[in-house]
Design a protein around this ligand. Sequence first.
Ligand code: ZN
Ligand code: ZN
Length: 356
Amino acid sequence: MDYRFRQKKLFAEAPARFDALLITHLPNIRYLSGFRGSAGVLIVTGKNSVLFTDGRYRHQARSEARNSKVVIANGPALQAAVEWIADHNLRVIAIEAEHMTVSVRSTLRRLLPTSIRLRDTRGLVEAIRMVKDDEELQRIREAARLGSSLLDTALQVIRPGVSEIEVAAEMEYDARQKGAEAMSFDTIVASGARSALPHGRASTANIGNGFLVLDFGVILAGYCSDKTRTVYVGKPTARDRQIYEAVREAQQAAIDTVRAGITAGEVDSAARSVLKRAKLDKHFTHSTGHGVGLEIHEPPRIGSNQTETLRAGMVITIEPGVYVAGQGGVRIEDMVIVTDQGCEVLWPARKELINL
Ligand code: ZN
Ligand code: ZN
């Protein structure tokens, strides 16, 4: 990973002017320096970068953040960063407004000399994180491959009477056995009427008849994966089949729309218009997808009227769903890498309605 290149790009592409950027969001610190610790502050200037952390990370910081100067603070890392700023004749310091608490901001204001200005910025690092480099894409492919394999694990244990949590536990155990650092979010196993909850975390409820939504992902080498499949326990009614096929068609229509140059809103509307024709659009209550990378949800958002233009190297999910309250829901999700001609699906997996 070329951290210095990323730091330069950040300065070159930032719409606002500042002398240094004070990075406090850990995934952004990792992206710009390589440091993976859970406490630290990074200052990036046009010329260099300095990572401030504490004694617990003395060795880790030096081995991971090789392109940055490392300062081990005796007290709070932020305090050490403030002293460094005051010593280096910097006038305008950009902060990550979305990632800094009001309390930290006021501490910062109090500690800094009054001649130094704070400039609130939003999503600067996230904007350059949207397009992944080759090494990131390779890590994401591998995370997605491992993640996708958990569908088979789930299919082996799903049967009526087994609890949702047991299914999640088998998937998560298998993920760790295969080398995952962690799950990228709490595994969703939502059965029967609970499948109508778009974020129905696995509960102690037993699996009953009806749709069963499985939404799961792993973190591998720092990068997240995200996939959803919906299966059916028992015998689906004609109406259930119709709902499933409409969601499958909507997901395919959106995937077929993806390519560099298209807006996020156009991808969303490709999925939404299929569900509208099937008179199911009022049950599609979320966006079609989101970016994935170091974080499970990151820009761009693939939603209605989103004007962000897709670029080659972006990694997004395509995940339309239909949720009928009290009855059940269907969601089908794949990650795709945007290319100039279309997209690369990670990884193709069965999409016909699996009946268990
Ligand atoms: Zn998901
Ligand atoms: Zn997702």
